[in-house]
Design a protein around this ligand. Structure first.
Ligand SMILES: N[C@@H](CCC(=O)N[C@@H](CS)C(=O)NCC(=O)O)C(=O)O
Length: 186
């Protein structure tokens, strides 16, 4: 069975959300990060960087949440073999992890980046329910989880971006979200 390694409150919830969306059986290996389980030699064999999440699928080990999401989409989801489709999904996953997350969570860049990044997202969600159009995809897991964390953890006022708020609400209603990321807010 696929193993997902994570901490109680960690980015492993993003991967767990997608595993639940795909109805893939998995075992969540809960590391006690306070106790430093993620820095022990046994876990460093899975991710030498000592970070979560990581997965083991058969003999295959993979870390970095974005890479894991794309692997799952290709292996178990409906991501096609199209180079352009893969590139577009990769664009959104990297945007979430390398641009949106750092831009908003790093306090020194927050004021500048919130306006710059949320305005085009708001424009997009004014015309379509999900990032790629009418259908939910792995791109929504990556970007949507980051936006949900902005609401849950930073409690920013997003009322200037109503379509983004509606998008987060739309994602929050998904059972797989509620079982994973959503349970953080309670
Ligand atoms: N870019 C990485 C970030 C991984 C990361 O920083 N994970 C945190 C938990 S959310 C971690 O393992 N921190 C432990 C540490 O730095 O000691 C990803 O998305 O997987």
């Amino acid at each position: 069975m696929l193993k997902l390694y994570g901490g109680a409150r960690s980015r492993a919830s993003i991967v767990q959300w997608y595993l639940e969306e795909l109805s893939i059986p998995y075992e969540f290996v809960l590391l006690d990060m306070q106790a430093g389980d993620h820095l022990q030699p046994e876990y460093l064999k899975i991710n030498p960087m000592g970070k979560v999440p990581a997965i083991e699928d058969g003999g295959f080990k993979l870390w970095e949440s974005g890479a894991i999401l794309i692997y799952l989409a290709q292996t178990y989801g409906n991501l096609s073999d199209s180079v352009t489709e893969l590139a577009t999904v990769t664009q959104w996953v990297l945007f979430a992890n390398a641009t949106l997350g750092p831009g908003i969570f790093v306090e020194s860049s927050r004021d500048r980046e919130v306006q710059r990044l949320l305005k085009p997202l708001n424009d997009r969600f004014s015309h379509q329910p999900f990032l790629l159009g009418n259908d939910f995809s792995v791109a929504d897991v990556a970007v949507g989880s980051m936006l949900a964390y902005v609401q849950i953890m930073l409690k920013l006022d997003l009322s200037a971006y109503p379509a983004v708020v509606e998008y987060i609400n739309r994602l929050s209603q998904r059972p797989a979200f509620q079982k994973t990321i959503g349970s953080r807010s309670h």
